[in-house]
Every structure is written in structure tokens, then in C-alpha cells.
Design a protein around this ligand. Sequence first.
Ligand SMILES: Nc1ncnc2c1ncn2[C@@H]1O[C@H](COP(=O)(O)OP(=O)(O)OP(=O)(O)O)[C@@H](O)[C@H]1O
Length: 260
Amino acid sequence: MIEVKGAGKQFGSISALNRLDWTIGEGEWWGIIGPNGSGKSTLMHLLSGVERVSSGMINIRGRNVADFSRKQLSRMMAVLQQEGIAPVHYPVREVLEMGRYPYLDWLGRDSKEDVDSLLEGIMDKLELHELAERPLDELSGGQRQRVALGQVMAQEPQILLLDEPTTFLDIRYQQQFMELVANWRRETGITVIAVLHDLNLAALYCDKLLVLRDGREVGMGTPEEMLTADRIRSVYEVEPVVVAHPASGVPQVLLSRQNL
Ligand SMILES: Nc1ncnc2c1ncn2[C@@H]1O[C@H](COP(=O)(O)OP(=O)(O)OP(=O)(O)O)[C@@H](O)[C@H]1O
């Protein structure tokens, strides 16, 4: 469904991404992992059409990403950044409605008949009813990230791009956020691509991982295949201990104190 063929991105003399070949199937949940500066955000910007490839190409459903209009892309794909949405002084309900922007005609009419029940359903799922009239800039970071997820749900995309979405969340909200995405995917079959620094969350939620280092792919496969001590050692230059999660068996990565 998404085909990345020999994709590369240069910024002047910096090669942020090199000759990446990658195929993302419909409904899959991929995690992109790798150290700081390895090209993860660059790849997300190429997928979302914010940046153009310097070489190679990216096709979505057989069509070059560069050939879609902004509006066409945003009907198909939603992007959620680590800081969610800017803390504007608009009530939560209106912020959710902004997710419908790609579907409005020039008179501001939505192509969907029953937007109200769509928004009600989202507020139910994300438990946003009690926040509906509160302005976004008065909410906590965790609450704002929930609203940001609601806004992209209102956008009804088929592809969700998450760029380090849990960075500013405590562990309860990290889990809640990932579970909400997992439920959404189960219900709609949406494709999810998430840049994650937290390898343990990546192992818990992603079907497959793409590992980048210095702008190059250094592995792709299941969390079990990718999160081996050897690979983590060579990619991140740390000495990890990898254990199986006692409940699910997925790999979990522990760090050790040095020189002990
Ligand atoms: N707009 C830009 N102009 C110049 N160089 C850039 C630009 N964007 C990214 N780079 C460079 O490309 C490389 C990859 O950066 P990128 O932000 O994609 O890495 P990342 O894996 O997302 O890093 P992090 O984990 O720190 O967010 C870095 O060397 C970065 O300095």
C-alpha cells in the first residue's frame, strides 16, 4: 500500500536518508526506531509529503506522494506530532471539528452527513465529554494529547503517522494513548507508522520495526527479530539486557549501570 523505493533525502551536504526500500502493508502497525539524528523524522516528513525525496520515490496506493494535493493527502493520512497540537484558546469540541477541515467545500460544508455523531462517538471513546467546553490551552499535556488524537480521528484517515507521540506523557497516559490507537486500528483497519524512542512500547504495540542508523536501514522485521541485544548494542552503542515480557513474551530492553 505504501512503497518506498530507493528513497533518499539530502540537506546540502548532509545525507539524512539513504536509498531506503520499504513496503508497508494495509493495516500494519510499524514502528521506526533508531538513535537521535538517524533520519526518523526526515522519513516521516517524506511520507507525509511535507518534504520531497532527493532520490527514489514514495508511492501510496500506486500514486506518487508528490502527485497528491494537500487536501487529498489529508483525507488519506493524518499526522500527530510529539507535542500534539498548539495550545490554542479554543474549546475542545471546536478543536475536534478542525479535524474535518479536509472534507469542507468552499462554503464550509462537510461532505459527511452526520458529523455530530462522529464527534460524539470520538468524545465517548476518548472520554472527552467533561472537557468538551474547556479551552485547549488550559488542559494538561496528557489531556491535550488525547484531544490531538481525537482531532486526527475526526479526520478519518486510512494512514496514521505518529512522531514520538508519547514523549511528554507519564506511563499511564503512554499506555492509554497506545491502547486508544490500538483500539482504533482494530475497529477501522487503519495503517499506523510510529516513530518511537521507547523500545519497550514499540515491542508491545508494533507488528514490525524499521531500524535506522545514520540515515540507513539496518534492519526490518518483528520486534523479536529486531530487538536483540546484539542489534541494540551496535545501533545505539549501549550494553543492553533483553528479557522476554513475563506476560506477552515480547522483548523488553533493560539498561545496566556501567562499571558495576
Ligand atoms: N531541515 C533540515 N536541514 C538540514 N539538516 C537536517 C534537516 N532536517 C534534518 N536534518 C539532518 O538530518 C539528519 C537526520 O535528522 P532527523 O531529524 O531525521 O533524525 P531523527 O532520527 O528524527 O532524530 P531525533 O531522534 O533526534 O529526533 C540529522 O543529521 C539532521 O541534522
